[in-house]
Design a protein around this ligand. Sequence first.
Ligand SMILES: Cc1ncc(C[n+]2csc(CCOP(=O)(O)OP(=O)(O)O)c2C)c(N)n1
Ligand SMILES: [Mg+2]
Length: 279
Amino acid sequence: MGTDPAEQAMQETDLLILAGTAFPYRDYLPADVAAIQIDTDPKVIGKYYPVLLGLVGELAPTATWLTDRLMEKEDAFLLTYQQKRERWHDTLQQDMNTETQQLQPQHVIAEVQRILQENAIVSLDVGSITLWVARYLQLNNQQLVLSAWLGTMGCGLPGAIAAKLAYPDKQVVAILGDGGFSMGMQDFVTAVKYDLPMILVVFNNQKLQLIEHEQQEMGNKATQVDLANIDFAVFARACGGEGYTAKSRDELRQALTQAKVSRKPVIIDVFVEDSTPPS
Ligand SMILES: Cc1ncc(C[n+]2csc(CCOP(=O)(O)OP(=O)(O)O)c2C)c(N)n1
Ligand SMILES: [Mg+2]
């Protein structure tokens, strides 16, 4: 989910600072460097990584306490990685702008980005979409709702309904896989019944793409990952909402433009060419 420069920086750093984190992916941390961990809970100090210094306290005052004791140092490391990060973002931007005949996941994210309001709430489901959003969606003041720890498929629609009930004045957009959405899609009618305008963007790839990818990465044949093709646009209308189908970037742009001003819950059924997660 992270960026290439972040991964490289992790491998090349000579000091790791763990701040209020329970980051479990040990492989992505450097093999053996000096580490400082800051946390309010003393029990987790050293739990994920052997630390040279453990600091128990709230992050802001503790980090200030720490930086007050350090001297500023000229170092090429920061500059190098800031430049790498900039180049990384340029590459992502190019991916999003490159036109192809059929829609690719990064194009869908780029189009959603165009209509996203400054204070919108984005509700994200679990699947390859999670990785696409993590990589390509640039959040500024927007809030992201997701099932971070449990990775619970089907959380996207209830997340969107909860967001709209809690913040009726904010734009709510959900990004969903067809598998996750179809686990609880009947609740779309709840959004219609309670007059909760929202935009649901469903990546229709007729499969559990993330699982297929995981099976193939382990050298196995893909099994039990195919899904039936549900016409989500027709379903939306059957429930009393608005529904659109998008198979090209133009169709998607038009659908999103209409959805943006709609006063009803909207589903956009988007056919993506290949949603194999980014490596
Ligand atoms: C409730 C639940 N069941 C199973 C899983 C395992 N799982 C993670 S992603 C995924 C597939 C998601 O498919 P879809 O929603 O179509 O998204 P795609 O990967 O195709 O973009 C599955 C089965 C899970 N995370 N949560
Ligand atoms: Mg899918």
